[in-house]
Design a protein around this ligand. Structure first.
Ligand SMILES: Cc1cc2nc3c(=O)[nH]c(=O)nc-3n(C[C@H](O)[C@H](O)[C@H](O)COP(=O)(O)OP(=O)(O)OC[C@H]3O[C@@H](n4cnc5c(N)ncnc54)[C@H](O)[C@@H]3O)c2cc1C
Length: 418
């Protein structure tokens, strides 16, 4: 094989939600797309995922929303409760006005199901999907991105999309930083819903807020499974221990919580735990013809349930900025990638930085105790259902001056017609 054995328009590195979405988006524009993934098989571990309307609108654009809706669940409400008393603090009805306002549903779906929907979408669209490829570095030579792999095979492309997750190998090309541990650890689990499953809140996303801990529950797979996520602050992390957040700490963290929460801990798998990390936002995601997306670009704490949602928004904007510029009616203009990926970076960095920062603050408000908890509860209880003032910037179609997917699309259309 020659030095650059594989040549393509677009090379995507990483087959998580971000990489698959990015690959599909650019394939929709007519690109030849190759996606490489280091794992021997494509797949996702973990449990459920919340897809807010800003992300389900993107699925709708690609004709994948109905598939996701069929295998997922459309919860009736998002409900916050105090974990110590069980008292309801606030709720958002997720159908009706909410869905109309945001133009798409709120869905909860098993990670592996959404991953499969995207993977099948890529395969059907003609993305070349390759496993067992560990990319070690990327460089730009003569306006082409070249990915060097552990096996010694080079991939060459007009543009390289780095979607290699939180611990990205490619991020050092644009930033000298490390993932930031939050001291919180998650345990997750999915169990079948049976006659014995407590019936309360079974059709809702329910979040119990406690001091230094919270617990989230919602149904999955058409209501056949119950998803539980427990997240707590690890005392052994605070003591500086490397292996922090063991099962002993899990049980201790929830001992003051209502029986419904303590019972729910039984639904968790305890063989795996997820220490929670994010990174500080960075402005530049571009190095030569390589651009980051998804967690590689903007990893965030999970409190807003937006990591994968933001990856889908990334993909939609990548699609828009290259449509009509790189991919034109007269053919592919690879030289236009330089401005297209800059445009993508400009449209997305401010928005995702806001989501990253808000996720940190939102999480802090969940875990308070004492007077702060009393005040938090008062504030939450004063909020009425269908008060959208806190949601519009995140789920809205172009609310608040935020360059949403649709706004980016409109700007792109203006540029083309100018
Ligand atoms: C507890 C928890 C709950 C969450 N809940 C939600 C939620 O409800 N809603 C939501 O939207 N988000 C949620 N998220 C966030 C979401 O899971 C992530 O943001 C999203 O999965 C990131 O996708 P990604 O593709 O960017 O990264 P990843 O999923 O990490 O994928 C990266 C891929 O790249 C591959 N790779 C890495 N390095 C290389 C390399 N050098 N060469 C080749 N391949 C490589 C990896 O094997 C992997 O397949 C949650 C996260 C956690 C931890």
């Amino acid at each position: 094989m020659s030095e650059h054995d594989k040549s393509t328009n677009v090379l995507v590195i990483g087959g998580g939600m971000a990489g698959l979405a990015g690959a599909l988006a650019l394939r929709e524009n007519g690109a030849n797309v190759t996606l490489v993934e280091r794992a021997p098989e494509f797949g996702e571990v973990g449990a459920g995922l919340q897809m807010a309307p800003n992300a389900s609108r993107v699925l709708k654009r690609w004709g994948l929303l109905e598939k996701a809706r069929e295998i997922g669940v459309q919860p009736k409400h998002l409900v916050f409760r105090d974990a110590i008393t069980g008292e309801e603090l606030t709720r958002q009805t997720l159908g009706g006005e909410f869905e109309e306002r945001y133009g798409a549903p709120y869905i909860v779906i098993h990670r592996s199901d959404l991953h499969r929907v995207l993977l099948e979408g890529c395969a059907a669209a003609g993305v070349t999907l390759v496993n067992d490829v560990m990319v070690e570095s990327v460089e730009t030579v003569n306006g082409r991105g070249i990915a060097h792999t552990a096996a010694g095979v080079d991939y060459e492309a007009d543009v390289v999309i780095g979607a290699d997750g939180l611990k990205s190998t490619l991020r050092p090309l644009v930033a000298n930083d490390e993932p930031v541990p939050s001291a919180y650890v998650a345990y997750r689990g999915t169990v079948p819903i049976t006659e014995d499953t407590p019936k309360a809140d079974l059709e809702d996303v329910i979040v119990y807020l406690g001091p230094n801990c919270h617990l989230v529950q919602y149904p999955l797979r058409k209501g056949e499974l119950l998803n539980t996520v427990a997240v707590f602050k690890s005392a052994s992390f605070e003591r500086g221990e490397e292996q922090y957040g063991g099962v002993d700490e899990l049980e201790a963290a929830y001992k003051e919580c209502v029986p419904a929460v303590q019972e729910a801990l039984k639904n968790l798998g305890t063989s795996m735990r997820w220490p929670m990390y994010d990174r500080d936002p960075i402005e530049n995601w571009v190095a030569g013809r390589m651009v980051l997306m998804g967690d590689a670009a903007h990893p965030m704490l999970q409190y807003l349930a937006q990591g994968a949602c933001q990856a889908l928004e990334d993909a939609a904007v990548l699609q828009d900025v290259s449509n009509g510029t790189v991919f034109t009616a007269d053919g592919v203009r690879p030289e236009a990638w330089d401005s297209a990926i800059r445009e993508f970076n400009n449209v997305r960095a401010g928005r995702t930085a806001r989501v990253q920062r808000t996720a940190r603050i939102w999480g802090e408000s969940w875990h308070v105790s004492g007077l702060a908890r009393t005040l938090r509860n008062l504030l939450f209880k004063s909020r009425k259902d269908n008060d959208f003032q806190y949601n519009d910037w995140l789920y809205g179609q172009s609310g608040d001056g935020v360059p949403s997917v649709e706004a980016a699309h409109a700007r792109q259309a203006e540029r083309i017609s100018a």
